[in-house]
Write a protein that binds this ligand. Structure first.
Ligand SMILES: [Ca+2]
Ligand SMILES: [Ca+2]
Ligand SMILES: [Ca+2]
Ligand SMILES: [Ca+2]
Length: 314
């Protein structure tokens, strides 16, 4: 996941099929978000109804040897009377447009529901979708196939293109400040960290597939178990004096579609940098940090309603 998805070009899946004239290649266009999202949601809900997690391990008194790992199993046999996940999760929604996934079908604001489980409430603060967060995670498919994991705590710069991941992380609070313990066997733990799980549809994940090792099939629902250790609030990714979360100009909870100098960057053959990644938001050659006041407030020198750092002519 540390490797960002390159979503510029829409990938087409090639399917070989035979006919009378020999093998031919049929191009299958990507499916519609609006068709896949409800299918994914039924699959996820069925999973939540038929599976449970080791919630008893998380209840007091806690076994001193418990590793605070979430374990999922099916409700059957000896476990037939366990409480299903569906009774223990919460949900939230994210609107997704096809352009945000590099798709061309012009679908806008398709509702996607993700589910999250708080196995242990953290004691500290919750990150925004754009805060640096110290965490560890494990990603898997609903069938249990693991595709990515960081067994040790790592600092991650949110947001990710995986919106279910970035949004899901905001539900977990960090642990006790300076609560990191490195054990003699090299493992580490964090006191009172937020521990839980996020289950998301493919439109909030890798949609067409791929993933860290190219091992995620198209339209796959994803599960991430996460533990949030520490959070840097008001992270300013590009050090321009404006916290990243405040660079979501259109307030849609998605930071990659707020780019004030799109044309200037295209004309200069630069890659596109969204405002939260761009120290000169309006591309006028003056750094944003030099176009705002020291206390972080904005200036509007020519009184046209556009603050100086977003206004190339002032
Ligand atoms: Ca935005
Ligand atoms: Ca830019
Ligand atoms: Ca910026
Ligand atoms: Ca500027």
């Amino acid at each position: 996941m540390k490797r960002m998805l390159v979503l510029g070009a829409v990938m087409l899946m090639l399917v070989a099929c035979g006919d009378d004239d020999g093998p031919a290649i049929e191009i299958v266009p990507p499916r519609l978000l609006g068709d896949v999202a409800p299918e994914n949601d039924s699959e996820i809900r069925e999973f939540l109804e038929t599976h449970f997690y080791n919630y008893e391990d998380f209840q007091e008194p806690i076994d001193p040897d418990f590793d605070f790992k979430i374990r999922i199993d099916t409700i059957a046999g000896d476990n037939a009377d366990k409480t299903p996940l569906i009774d223990q999760v919460s949900s939230d929604v994210v609107n997704v447009s096809s352009s945000q996934l590099g798709l061309s079908e012009e679908e806008n604001d398709i509702v996607h529901t993700y589910y999250y489980l708080l196995a242990r409430e953290g004691e500290g603060v919750r990150p925004t979708i754009a805060d640096s967060t110290l965490l560890r995670y494990e990603g898997s498919l609903l069938d249990g196939t693991k595709f990515d994991a960081t067994p040790s705590f790592v600092w991650q710069e949110l947001p990710f293109f995986l919106r279910g991941y970035s949004n899901g992380i905001t539900k977990f609070a960090s642990g006790t400040p300076a609560g990191l313990t490195v054990n003699s066997d090299g493992t580490s733990s964090y006191s009172n960290s937020g521990i839980g799980m996020v289950i998301m549809p493919s439109g909030l994940g890798y949609f067409l597939g791929s993933g860290p090792a190219g091992n995620i099939p198209s339209y796959s629902n994803l599960i991430f178990t996460v533990e949030v250790g520490n959070v840097i609030q008001n992270t300013d990714n590009d050090n321009d004096g404006i916290p990243s979360i405040l660079e979501d100009l259109n307030n849609n909870g998605y930071l990659f579609d707020d780019n004030t100098d799109t044309e200037e960057e295209a004309n200069a053959n630069f890659p596109q940098f969204a405002n939260f990644q761009d120290p000169d938001d309006d591309g006028d050659g003056i750094l944003t940090i030099d176009e705002i006041n020291e206390d972080g407030s904005f200036r509007d020198s020519d009184n046209d309603g556009v603050p100086d750092h977003l206004d190339p002519d002032s």
